[in-house]
Design a protein. Structure first.
Length: 275
């Protein structure tokens, strides 16, 4: 979770797509920087057919749209939009998480099983869907207005009344998080994500001074989150997991973030919290 100076340049605005499946398909192809010929070779089609679809001269089949969307790595939500624009019914449901039964139970068990290490689940705009007691420990003492539902992981981390003042390597961690959001904005057409980016990037940031991570005697294998807690500095390496080949919009947009202790002192402290 990370911030950048308010003067930073936000990712370039994406033009509003024109109506119809053809313009939508062309917009995704151009965003991925793939030529019609290259896409045709990948999808076992022809550049002529793809051109006709993009210009509206041919109506694509449902199977063709899904195949092309797969090769363009179009998000599941936007595959439904492509189908609707072509006159077909959406293929992928959007099931509330509470109705996913076994999956929801499995995710909760995963979070609990990871304790005392922190872990949480977020949606496509970083709203916290679930979190374990390790996360609750790190959030202890934060401003109440940031802890009201819906919790947002980026706000909690980068807000001046959130975790930001406790993060020793804030400049690096903030830069990492903003870059992560920039990559997602480039991949997904999400006004909500862009608005969140602009909000958190504009948060005021104190002069970071010397990098805490850079001055540490510990050799880290990845950029750590170094955060002050209860008079000590805890260090974590973040890992994010998503679902393979999701067939539901809700599931496609879930991400599980786990914070793995990055040094022996953090391991020892967290394990001391176990009953």
């Amino acid at each position: 979770m990370t911030p950048v100076a308010a003067t930073e340049k936000a990712p370039a605005q994406q033009p509003a797509p024109a109506k119809g499946a053809g313009p939508l398909l062309r917009a995704w192809r151009e965003q991925r920087r793939i030529s019609q010929l290259e896409l045709a070779l990948r999808a076992d089609s022809s550049a002529r057919h793809i051109s006709f679809v993009e210009t509206g001269r041919s109506r694509p089949s449902e199977e063709f749209l899904l195949r092309i969307a797969d090769h363009l790595d179009v998000p599941v939500r936007e595959r439904n939009a492509l189908l609707l624009a072509a006159g077909y019914a959406p293929r992928f449901p959007e099931t509330p998480l509470d109705e996913l039964g076994t999956l929801r139970e499995g995710l909760e068990q995963l979070l609990q099983g990871y304790e005392p290490y922190p872990a949480l689940i977020v949606d496509a705009t970083y709203n916290v869907i679930a979190a374990n007691r390790g996360i609750a420990m790190l959030l202890d003492g934060l401003s109440e207005d940031l802890l009201t539902s819906p919790l947002n992981a980026m706000r909690l981390t980068l807000h001046p009344r959130g975790l930001a003042p406790r993060i020793r390597n804030l400049a690096e961690w903030r830069g990492h998080l903003l870059h992560q959001m920039e990559r997602q904005i480039a991949l997904f057409r999400s006004d909500a994500l862009r608005e969140l980016y602009e909000e958190v990037a504009a948060y005021p940031v104190d002069d970071p001074g010397e990098s805490a991570a850079g001055s540490s005697p510990t050799a880290y294998v990845a950029l750590p989150l170094q955060i002050e807690h209860d008079g000590r500095t805890l260090s974590f390496i973040s890992s994010i997991s998503t679902f393979n080949t999701p067939m539901d919009v809700t599931v496609a947009e879930l991400a599980i973030e786990t914070l793995l202790p990055a040094d022996p002192a953090t391991v020892k402290y967290l394990q001391s919290l176990l009953p």
